[in-house]
Design a protein around this ligand. Structure first.
Ligand SMILES: [Zn+2]
Length: 305
């Protein structure tokens, strides 16, 4: 379990006034009404009454975030090592992605590619027509271009042709953005109908509005700005014109069942999110599926209409 006291977490300081959520703020994903969510030692959070999405009451500005990711956060060397360790998993993962589309040689876009080891593997396989990385880190872009990949920053996404992408991958990236719906929509505009979006990111169950949490996992600011539930993922996808095909949470299911004991709005999920029941792939731990959706990370596929 990650402690909220670790370096980088968003702690309340004496200089920071205690605030309660303003009732005028709406959910950043579904525009539903929000209420305050109090977690000891953390800055004010809000939870959506409709999709149970959790986010910070105050978000950083785009300039602050850009400065963070082009300065403090980036460590190309460490990223390279981390990505290299995943090489064998990436080969299997790429095969899985290919089976999800009917295109003979799909074009693959990895948003937030980091050091582009996955794209390097995709290119070497010969099964993809184009391999596109979207990444803030200049060193990763430079290396990617050197080996023949298309590497752009998020600001340069308009250089990618509309309807030219068949598979888009978002691995632990949308929760880092100020406006995940906008980020996703900008990529979907580049995708061909019938294309597939794969999303994996920290997953959170639908919490009761009166829940009493002792801590919030992944409360690392300004890296994690959004805490997605299956409901908020579904709303985001719908807003972007995507049809949700599969959703499950996985990882530490039993530990999380103990940790969230009594805090999950199971009856609410059974009543309001019935449509997610048939989208639960059965090969996951049942705790990671409807209605509990307990697991550290999400597994999600959605189709471009
Ligand atoms: Zn919402």
């Amino acid at each position: 379990m990650r402690s909220p006291a670790r370096k980088g977490s968003r702690m309340m300081t004496q200089a920071e006034p205690v605030r309660t959520a303003v009732s005028t703020q709406r959910c950043r994903i579904c525009s539903g009404a929000v209420r305050d969510l109090t977690v000891p030692m953390l800055s004010p959070l809000v939870i959506c009454r409709v999709c149970r999405h959790v986010s910070w009451l105050d978000q950083p500005t785009p300039d602050e975030l850009r400065e963070y990711y082009t300065g403090v956060y980036t460590d190309g060397h460490a990223q390279r090592q981390l990505q290299e360790q995943n090489r064998s998993y990436y080969r299997t993962h790429l095969q899985e992605l290919r089976t999800r589309v009917a295109f003979e040689k799909p074009a693959l876009l990895d948003f937030g590619s980091s050091w582009p080891t996955l794209l390097e593997e995709a290119q070497a396989s010969g099964h993809f027509s184009r391999c596109i990385g979207v990444e803030w880190d200049a060193e990763s872009r430079r290396y990617g271009r050197e080996i023949g990949l298309v590497m752009v920053s998020a600001d340069e996404l308009d250089t990618v042709l509309d309807r030219s992408v068949h598979i888009a991958r978002f691995s632990h990236v949308l929760e880092h953005t100020i406006d995940p719906c906008r980020t996703l929509a900008e990529v979907v505009a580049k995708m061909a109908p019938g294309g597939i979006v794969y999303i994996t990111q920290p997953s959170f169950p639908a919490l009761r509005l009166d829940c009493k949490l002792e801590r919030l996992q992944d409360a690392v600011y300004p890296e994690h700005l959004h805490y997605f539930t299956p409901g908020s993922v579904a709303r985001m996808l719908a807003r972007c014109g995507l049809a949700l095909e599969e959703f499950a949470a996985h990882g530490r299911e039993s530990d999380l069942a103990r940790e969230y004991n009594g805090q999950i709005a199971t009856a609410f999920v059974e009543r309001k999110w019935r449509h997610l029941k048939e989208l639960s792939p059965r090969h996951f731990n049942p705790l990671g599926l409807f209605p509990t959706f307990l697991g550290d990370n999400s597994h999600c596929y959605a189709r471009v209409r």
